[in-house]
Structures are given as structure tokens and as C-alpha cells.
Design a protein around this ligand. Structure first.
Ligand code: GLN
Length: 477
């Protein structure tokens, strides 16, 4: 049983051509058969089937089905689902059970979605390849010797491999968009504050945003309709009214659309295959009546540096709570309290997480604060101004999601700086807090997927999804 879209599945469910139980059973079977893909850290099995039966009874009793009735979903393992394990793909949380639902999770449940389980990721969402997981790497669905991207690698691989219809991920600097690009699915990172972060384990709180991964833009819009909106439990969530994203998408017309193409997003060392595929899609939009305008975002070279100063600073503070006393793992090899803290963290965290805690502590320390942290905050403001200025002149900014196609497992693990460059095109929207998505753009000469990124002004998720749908639709004809 495979469905091209949620609408299609929904219709079959409401017409009683199939049942939630049958659909969930089918997904669970496929998950089991594909255990070697290492996509799920926890599979809900009985819990998902029980939920499906409950939904079938609901329909049977004539009660009104929710907006996401029977939608089989995967949840990134840094989001709280009450009563389920929450690991953040870290040893330090490997035996931790969540005690409440994240707001996004709660809203999905209220509209009758079904969770199949919790999916793999880079430890605490730090990484671009899913190789920083304490539960091992995830192979790319198009070439198992390559990475699926990260940190939401499990979310992207789940959707690409039909191991979930839609997945939630989180994006701090590209973790929804980059894996979506690597796995040929749609990945939307909404405006900062669009979705409540309550129940999302914090990495860089002023960057973190929950995102949606799906096969097509319509499904992403349906899910965003449900999870977006103000939440009293997250003071950074926005009051901005939540529109009907499906309607917003319908209002988009390619004719006359001004697409800004930053020359910094097409540097000389850009992978040729990536450049060719993205350019081809942009030319098609031009043929359909859009206007391509070359723009310049001159500070682009500073994005990675600013991002890694600010997010490591925030991470060093956010991760202080994992001390062996409050959650999860506690070292057994300590003689006193100080030793317990040190050993729990030393044994519990992986090397990338430790690197970032140390970096963040360093940039915040007396004597370096002004040189690094304060400077990076100033750069952040410049980015915001530049992107707003650009989006005052064009409707949307477009370019590749990643400078290269999915790389080999192991290729970049020994060189963190190389790994950080995977995010060069995705971090600016996170620095500015603007919405951005990656849409499948086609395949390079070796058959590897290429993603195209669209960046919009604040709260223009509907517009981005509408344009992305045109790009995806154009290829199917
Ligand atoms: N790859 C980036 C990093 O390692 C982005 C991670 C994310 O968006 N969570 O920080």
C-alpha cells in the first residue's frame, strides 16, 4: 500500500476502502523489513497499532475525523512524546523517557495523526550527516554508501523510503533542508517562532525551529496548518495569524514572480552537477514567466563563522542541564559529586557535542566575549538587514540547498570544518530567522538527488510551498 499524498490516503480512509490499522500495519512491516537502514531509534509497534484501532473506532462511531486523520508520521528523536524514549541520539539520554508531549506533538495528536516511532539524527542535532548518532549512521536511500544528510537524517530517510508519510525534524542551521535535499524530499523550515519549540530539546534556542519533511508540498502545508501558531508555553512563539497554507499556495503564480539568485550561492567551486540541475529548474521558472534577477549578498562568507560562534555559545549553556543528576545517564565511576558531573558528561556525550560545548564556553569567556560572541551578534544583524533588503526587491531567493551532492559515509568525519561547510547555503536563513525550504530539483549525472532552496520573507511559508509545488510539478510532466 503506497499513497501519493495524504489527501489520497485520507480519501481512502474516509471512504472505508482501507483502515488506519491496515495502513499502520503496512508501514510497521516495512519498517521491520528495513531495520538495516537504521532509520528508527524507537518503533512504536503496539502503541501505533492501538492508536490506529482507536481511530478506526472513532470513524466507526461517526465521530468527526481530525485534519490529519490516520496520517502515519515519524518524529525526530529530539521531540518529546509522552511515555516514549527521548534520546537525542545521545548516550547521555539513552534511558530517558519523556514525561510530556511537545506542543507540536500534542497538536498533531489532537488532529488524529499516528506516530510510528522516533527517528535517528545527529546527537543533539549537531551535524550534517547523521554520523554523529550514538545509534550509528543511516544510509542514503539512493546510495547506501553515502550519508542521508543531517541532522534530521532519519526523518528524511523515513519519508524517502516510505517508512513514514510525513516526518517532523528540527532545523537550527539547515538540518531539515539539507537532509531533505540529500534524500529527494521536501523539507520546510518555517519562520523562527512559527511553531512552538516547547518540548523540542534545545540546541541553539534563538535558531531552533521545528520543520516538516514530506514527499510533496501539499502534505507539508496540511501539517503546518496544524502545528503552527502561538503557544503560551513558548514565549518566542509568534502571535502572527496562521493562514490556511493550502489557500496561500493556490494564490501563487509563477508569472511575474521575481526570483533573486545570489551570485554567492553559485561560487566557482560549486559542484557541477548541483549547479546544472538547479540552473535548469530556474530556467524553467523563467520560461513559465518568472523573472530571474542576479542579486548579491556580500557577507555570505561570514555565515558559517557567525553561526558556529552563536550556536555553540547557546549550546554550551543549553546542554549544562545534562549533568548526570537530572536526566538519563549517570556515571558509576565517581567518588564525589564533582566527579559524577565530569564523568557522566565525559562518558555520555559524543565528541562533536563536546567540541561544541568547549567552543561555546570559549567564545563566551571573559576576554573573548567581545571578540567573538558580540562580533557574531553584530554580523547576525547585518545578515538580517541584507536579507530583508533583498526580499524587499524580490519575491523569493533561490539557489542550491547544498554545495555538493550526498557524500560518502566516513568522508568528512575527521575534518569538522569540511563538515560545517555543508551548511554554507542553509545557515543564512537561520541566522536571519526567515522561512526556507528545500524542494527536490532532480538528479545529477551519478543519479544522486539535488535540492533547490527557496528563502522567503518572514511568515511567507505558503508562498514558498506554492513556488516549490510548481518546481516539483514541472518535473513530473
Ligand atoms: N549541520 C548544522 C550543525 O551541525 C545544522 C544543524 C541543525 O540544523 N540542527 O549545526
Amino acid at each position: 500500500m503506497r499513497f501519493s499524498s495524504y489527501q489520497n490516503l485520507r480519501k481512502k480512509l474516509l471512504d472505508r476502502e482501507t483502515s488506519c490499522e491496515a495502513v499502520v500495519h503496512d508501514y510497521l512491516e516495512r519498517i521491520l523489513k528495513n531495520r538495516d537502514r537504521n532509520v528508527y531509534i524507537t518503533v512504536f509497534n503496539e502503541r501505533a497499532l492501538e492508536r490506529a484501532r482507536e481511530l478506526d473506532r472513532k470513524l466507526g462511531d461517526g465521530r468527526k475525523p481530525g485534519k490529519l486523520f490516520g496520517l502515519p508520521m515519524a518524529i525526530k528523536d529530539n521531540l518529546s512524546v509522552e511515555g516514549a524514549s527521548l534520546t537525542c541520539a545521545s548516550r547521555i539520554l539513552s534511558h530517558y523517557t519523556a514525561v510530556y508531549n511537545a506542543t507540536a506533538v500534542e497538536r498533531l495528536l489532537a488532529e488524529d495523526a499516528v506516530f510510528l516511532g522516533k527517528v535517528n539524527m545527529d546527537e543533539f542535532a549537531m551535524g550534517s550527516s547523521n554520523e554523529n548518532s550514538a545509534f550509528g549512521p543511516v544510509p542514503n536511500p539512493y546510495d547506501k554508501t553515502r550519508v542521508p544528510g543531517g541532522s534530521s537524517g532519519g526523518s528524511a530517510a523515513a519519508v524517502a523510503g516510505d517508512l513514514a508519510m510525513v516526518a517532523l525534524g528540527s532545523d537550527t542551521g539547515g538540518s531539515v533542508r539539507q537532509p531533505a535535499g540529500f534524500c529527494n524530499v521536501v523539507g520546510l523550515k518555517p519562520t523562527y517562532g512559527r511553531i512552538s519549540r516547547y518540548g523540542l530539546v534545545a540546541f541553539g534556542s534563538s535558531f531552533d525551529q521545528i520543520g516538516v519533511l514530506s514527499k510533496n508540498c501539499d502534505d507539508a502545508a496540511q501539517v503546518l496548518n496544524v502545528v503552527a501558531g502561538k503557544d503560551d508555553a513558548d514565549t518566542t512563539s509568534s502571535h502572527h495569524v496562521v493562514p490556511d497554507y493550502a489557500e496561500e499556495m493556490d494564490r501563487v503564480s509563477v508569472k511575474g514572480l521575481k526570483i533573486g539568485v545570489p551570485k554567492e550561492y553559485f561560487p566557482e567551486n560549486l559542484d557541477e552537477g548541483v549547479a546544472a540541475v538547479v540552473s535548469e529548474r530556474l530556467e524553467e521558472l523563467q520560461e513559465a514567466g518568472a523573472e530571474l534577477l542576479e542579486i548579491t549578498l556580500p557577507e555570505s562568507d561570514y555565515a558559517i563563522a557567525a553561526y558556529y560562534i552563536l550556536t555553540t555559545a547557546e549550546a554550551s549553556s543549553n546542554l549544562a542541564r545534562f549533568d548526570g543528576a537530572r536526566y538519563g545517564y549517570r556515571s558509576q565511576n565517581a567518588e564525589d559529586l564533582g566527579g559524577m558531573y565530569v564523568n557522566s558528561r565525559t562518558e555520555g556525550f559524543g565528541s562533536e557535542v563536546k567540541r561544541r560545548i568547549m567552543l561555546g564556553t570559549y567564545v563566551l569567556s571573559a576576554g573573548y566575549y567581545d571578540t567573538y560572541y558580540k562580533k557574531a551578534q553584530q554580523v547576525r544583524r547585518i545578515f538580517l538587514n541584507r536579507y530583508q533588503e533583498a526580499l524587499g526587491k524580490v519575491d523569493v531567493i533561490a539557489g542550491p540547498t547544498s554545495p555538493f551532492p550526498p557524500f560518502g559515509i566516513g568522508d568528512k568525519v575527521s575534518d569538522p570544518l569540511e563538515m560545517y561547510l555543508a551548511d554554507v547555503f542553509t545557515v543564512p536563513a537561520s541566522i536571519a530567522g526567515m522561512p526556507a525550504l528545500s524542494v527536490p530539483a532532480g538528479f545529477d549525472g551519478s543519479g544522486l538527488p539535488v535540492g533547490l532552496q527557496l528563502i522567503g520573507d518572514f511568515f511567507e511559508e505558503g508562498k514558498l510551498l506554492g513556488i516549490a509545488r510548481e518546481i516539483q510539478g514541472g518535473q513530473e510532466q
